[in-house]
Each structure stands twice: as structure tokens, then as C-alpha cells.
Design a protein around this ligand. Structure first.
Ligand code: SAM
Length: 346
């Protein structure tokens, strides 16, 4: 385990209300409504059935690297290897200066056409397509990080200086959002891809502002990554030795990678580490036209393993039938989100 806590103050400063679209990402510390959260909390989950809600949609357009591996080896691509490729590709786009990259792709296309290089032209067109959709989802809509939607989903938890556990943490974004809203505690990020520790979280922009609260005054304030007390553990979730000791256990885009015969195990991972009465937060990508289009266009870069898209009713029903009470349910830009408690643990 390695700590990333620093006492040095952040160099970059933002004001509450700031909003700016940068070449790589959006800064959004606006605190005014409308919140990007559609509330579905009043649903009676015990009355829902699978017949009512239908089954999730499976994304089955695979990355060509996965297909090539499986053709050559005659066996499925190992799951961790798939995540390593996913994280490396995703990170490359997070690090891309989109306007510059789009300009280079256009120049490459022009050159390739001038030389009648049809292979080069088709590669340039493909890259332009990837950049176009990345730009739309991450820069125009800010739908991946979605700070406003996530704040709206995470608000109102009754915790002080919480211990937070993030299962399958990748860049750790949502745990940092939580640590800003509920400061003064300790956060553990867990991911078995070490690239997430060194690169995705390790090089997460230090100047990115998270809107949260000042525990001394109760007023809003901006937090930065290096002001938070965070450890990153490179480990398989199945091997974690923690007990029921965390105030909040969170996963973002994890349970939809477990087919139905393993859903109970996915929920068990959350239950295993949350204190009696603590909160479990689960989000999964929404089944909507734009998300299907995203995985269609980006499949070669992101789709290496089993993946479902679902709606909030399906996620709520999975959670309810796996022994959780749904305290809050809603949809944000790209995900369904639930705040849960283990049933009978309050
Ligand atoms: C779909 S990603 C989460 C999406 C994330 N929000 C992002 O921005 O990429 C799931 C993450 O969980 C990790 N993961 C999956 N299964 C795991 C396991 N058994 N133990 C530890 N980490 C796991 C993967 O390495 C991956 O980084």
C-alpha cells in the first residue's frame, strides 16, 4: 500500500461557480441547480419483478485484440488482461489534448488522401471518429466524471470523517468526490491493475477541483487530490482482508461485469466490508441510445469483457434481491446510481 497524502497546499486555485472546458477535461465547481439527477427513490422495489423490468442489454461488440487472442489461444482473454487493455486505452484518451489531436487526425487524413494511401486514410477517419465521440461525451457533456450528478447522488449521507473503500477504483474519481463532500476521513482505493495506481490515479490531474465542504466552518470549499488522505491497494477484491469496517463502500461500473450467476458475489464484496449501518454506493452505465453508441464506436478500445447496460429499475431490483435496501435511486448523465444499506443492519 502506498500513501498519496501530501500536506503541501495545492498550487492551482478555483472559485466556487467556476466552469471551464479545457483541452483535456472540464472544470465544473458550479453549485447552483439544476442538478443533473433524476430521482427514482420513491419506487417500491419489493413490488418489482424481472417480468416488469426486463433483462439488461449485453454489449457484445468486442475489441479486435480480444478476438485475436481468443482465436490464437483457443481460450478466453484473461479478465485482468482485458482490464489492463481497457485502462491503458481509456487513460490515453483522458490524457489527450482533444483539439490538437483532432487537428493532427485531419492533417493525416488530408495527407493520406493526397498519397492515395487508403489504409492511412481509413485509420485517420477511425481516429477522428473516436475523438469526435470522446469530445462529445467527456468534454462537451462531461458525462464520464459528471461532478454535478455525482454530488447530487452522494449528498445527504450521515457520516463524519468516513472511511471510504472504492472497489475497482480505476482513477479513484468518485472516492475523491466523496472525500471532498465528507472530509477528514481516510480512503482506500482498490484495483488489481497496477497501472491504475501509478497512472490513472497516480497521475490524476492535481489541479482538478472537487467541490466539497470545509469541516471547520460547514461552508463549501474546493478540494484537490493531494489534500486527501488516500491509499491505493493493488489487489484483487476477492483477496481483501478487511472486515466490516468502512462507512462507505463504493463501486462505479463494476457489478454490470458480473453475469447473473455471479451477481450475488458482486454484492457480497460490498456487504463484506461495510460497517453495520454504513452506506453502499453502486452505479452502472445506463442503457440508453447514446451509451450503446459509445460502446459501439469505442468497442475496439474498451470492450474486452462481459458488460451489461441496464436501467435504474434493473439495478434497483438486483440490489433489492441481493439483500440491500435502496435509500436513494436515480439517474445521472451516463450512469444509474443507488445509495444502499444492507437490509436489517440499521
Ligand atoms: C469499468 S472499470 C470502472 C470504471 C471506472 N470508473 C473508469 O473510469 O474506468 C472497473 C475497474 O475495476 C477493476 N477490477 C475489476 N475486477 C476487479 C477485481 N476482481 N479486483 C480488483 N479490481 C478489479 C478493473 O481493473 C477496472 O479498473
Amino acid at each position: 500500500m502506498a500513501t498519496s497524502t501530501h500536506s503541501a497546499p495545492a498550487t492551482a486555485r478555483h472559485q466556487i461557480g467556476d466552469f471551464a472546458v479545457g483541452p483535456q477535461y472540464v472544470i465544473d465547481v458550479r453549485d447552483q441547480p439544476p442538478d443533473m439527477f433524476e430521482d427514482h427513490s420513491t419506487k417500491n422495489w419489493s413490488k418489482l419483478t424481472w417480468r416488469d423490468v426486463g433483462r439488461p442489454y449485453r454489449v457484445e461488440k468486442w475489441a479486435s485484440e480480444k478476438k485475436d487472442y481468443e482465436r490464437t489461444h483457443g481460450e478466453p482473454l484473461p479478465i485482468l488482461d482485458g482490464w489492463k487493455k481497457f485502462n491503458a486505452n481509456f487513460h490515453k484518451y483522458f490524457n489527450t489534448n482533444v483539439p490538437e489531436a483532432a487537428k493532427s487526425a485531419r492533417a493525416e487524413l488530408t495527407q493520406a488522401i493526397a498519397k492515395f494511401d487508403m489504409h492511412g486514410a481509413s485509420e485517420a477517419v477511425e481516429e477522428m471518429f473516436h475523438l469526435l465521440i470522446w469530445n462529445r461525451i467527456h468534454r462537451a457533456e462531461d458525462a464520464i466524471w459528471d461532478p454535478r450528478g455525482k454530488r447530487a447522488l452522494f449528498e445527504g449521507l450521515n457520516v463524519k470523517k468516513p472511511r471510504i473503500l472504492f472497489l475497482g477504483a480505476a482513477d479513484g474519481y468518485e472516492a475523491m468526490a466523496l472525500a471532498a463532500m465528507y472530509p477528514g476521513g481516510h480512503t482506500v482505493l482498490v484495483d488489481y491493475d497496477d497501472f491504475c495506481k501509478t497512472e490513472r490515479f497516480g497521475k490524476f490531474p492535481e489541479a482538478y477541483p472537487f467541490l466539497g465542504v470545509d469541516p471547520a466552518t460547514g461552508h463549501k470549499r474546493v478540494w484537490y487530490r493531494e489534500e486527501m488522505n488516500i491509499d491505493f491497494e493493488v489487489e484483487d477484491i476477492r483477496n481483501l482482508k478487511y472486515g466490516r469496517e468502512f462507512d462507505i463502500v463504493v463501486s462505479i461500473g463494476l457489478v454490470e461485469h458480473f453475469p447473473d450467476e455471479h451477481k450475488a458475489l458482486a454484492y457480497e464484496f460490498h456487504r463484506r466490508f461495510v460497517k453495520p449501518g454504513g452506506y453502499v454506493i453502486v452505479t452502472t452505465p445506463r442503457d440508453q441510445t447514446r451509451t450503446r453508441a459509445w460502446y459501439y464506436v469505442m468497442s475496439d478500445l474498451l470492450n474486452y469483457g462481459y458488460r451489461e447496460l441496464m436501467d435504474v429499475n434493473q439495478l434497483g431490483l438486483y440490489s433489492h434481491e441481493n439483500g440491500f435496501d435502496v435509500l436513494r435511486a436515480g439517474v445521472i448523465k451516463a450512469h444509474n446510481g443507488l445509495i444502499l444499506k444492507v437490509r436489517d443492519s440499521r
